[in-house]
Design a protein around this ligand. Structure first.
Ligand code: ZN
Length: 405
């Protein structure tokens, strides 16, 4: 079956699942809020798209956390297993099974002490602890056991990642393996973070919402680049300017058929000026716009945000939406918003099938939102039955050491 990329409706937040042709899954961020009152149970939506292992545990092959803000990691502790796989507890009656993260893809947050003036939310702190546990196991054993894998996205400063170079993907290099297996159904070019510079620059970068930025290539058959998907977390204008400086000579590394509008369609991914203060006088950064403007023919840009209103709000920002629509107008592209997909009152997950000719938006099939817990009340099963989205059995891929060309 062709690969599918799903954006879940999580308000101003991110949660995207890439299901590859190989059957492997990559979850980018999560924002699993308490459902009800118009908030969809995206935990149920996610679970019905995941496979279970031989002992019935649902799992994701890789989870990429772009950065440790709450709207990108909410629900980690409640829905995912953390700690050694040997400690996995099967759910009691009425409980949901925890989802296993076979491999973490983490920024170098794992090595950072929490700055005094900043606190990580509980979910982000749990991510950091789990990432440290996995890195420390690798340092001790120089190999991984199941459920302990991690790849670090970007070098840290001061040579802090030099002794684990085998599990670090440097900016500009590509991610080619998932959970220890080379997977030819995808490639991920890491564009940021770059992990260099002084404290002052680091300070400036964190204000710029340093995020892991990956330009994925998702394959259809022999066509590795069937869908180029640019995922940039909450990266803001200064980061995009630097990406343009690094990649303007060869835009093949940053162009896209599908892009998530960074930072929930924030104006500050395109400009240093305040939209709220300056309105139409606010100026676009030409270089950031070029970095974000490499849309291929028929491209989609998806705002993972609340509905975008014609007001001073930011994010999402109406002026940012207008810039993206202008970028798309020259390539016959389409701008979409996760909060409107299937109707503003009850949005549904937005799915793209990766065809040989590129991503194609799947028609909305309106189904009553299902609650993971309501399913439990009528069934003793701890996991949610699949919703007819079948994937062929996973081909056996020879295990090779993770290599980063
Ligand atoms: Zn965010």
């Amino acid at each position: 079956m062709a690969a599918v990329i799903t954006f879940f409706p999580v308000g101003n937040g991110d949660m995207t699942l890439i299901k590859l042709e190989s059957g492997r899954s990559i979850l980018i961020d999560m924002n699993i809020r308490q459902s009800g009152d118009g908030i969809r149970d995206v935990s149920a939506d996610l679970r019905r798209r995941l496979d279970t292992d031989e002992t019935g545990r649902p799992y994701v092959d890789a989870v990429l956390l772009t950065h440790p803000d709450q709207d990108h990691c909410r629900g980690l502790i409640e829905h995912f297993h953390l700690g050694p796989l040997a400690d996995y507890k099967q759910p009691k009656s009425g409980e949901l099974a925890k989802i296993v993260i076979r491999e973490m893809w983490s920024s170098p947050i794992v090595f950072r002490r929490t700055p005094k003036d900043q606190t990580l939310c509980k979910d982000a702190d749990a991510w950091r602890k789990e990432a440290r546990r996995r890195v420390n196991l690798y340092k001790a054993n120089r190999k991984f056991a199941a459920g302990d894998r991690i790849q670090v996205m970007g070098e840290d400063r001061d040579g802090k990642t030099d002794d684990i170079a085998e599990i670090v993907v440097k900016a500009g290099k590509t991610i080619t393996s998932i959970d220890g297996n080379t997977d030819t159904a995808f490639r991920g070019r890491l564009l940021a973070p770059k992990g260099q510079g002084t404290d002052e620059e680091e300070e400036r970068r964190s204000k710029n919402h340093s995020s892991v930025i990956v330009r994925f290539s998702v394959a259809n058959g022999e066509k590795l680049h069937a869908c180029r998907f640019l995922s940039g977390g909450d990266a803001m204008v200064g980061i995009w300017e630097r990406i343009w400086a690094d990649h303007s000579a060869d835009t093949n590394t940053i162009n896209y058929h599908l892009m998530q509008a960074p930072h929930h369609c924030s104006w500050h991914s395109l400009s240093y000026d305040s939209w709220g203060d300056l309105g139409e006088k606010a100026k676009v950064s030409p270089d950031a716009r070029k970095a974000l403007g490499q849309a291929l023919s028929g491209a989609y840009i998806v705002a993972t945000s609340k509905p975008i209103k014609n007001d001073k709000d930011d994010p999402p920002c109406i002026r940012a939406k207008r810039e993206y629509e202008a970028i798309l107008s020259s390539v016959n592209g389409v701008f979409l918003n996760t909060s409107l997909h299937g109707g503003e009152d009850d949005p549904v997950p937005m799915e793209f099938d990766v065809n040989a000719t590129g991503p194609k938006l799947r028609a909305v099939v309106k189904q009553a939102a299902t609650s993971a817990r309501s399913l439990l009340r009528t069934s003793t099963a701890a996991t949610i039955p699949p919703a007819g989205i079948g994937f062929p059995p996973r081909p056996v891929t020879p295990v090779k050491p993770a290599g980063f060309a």
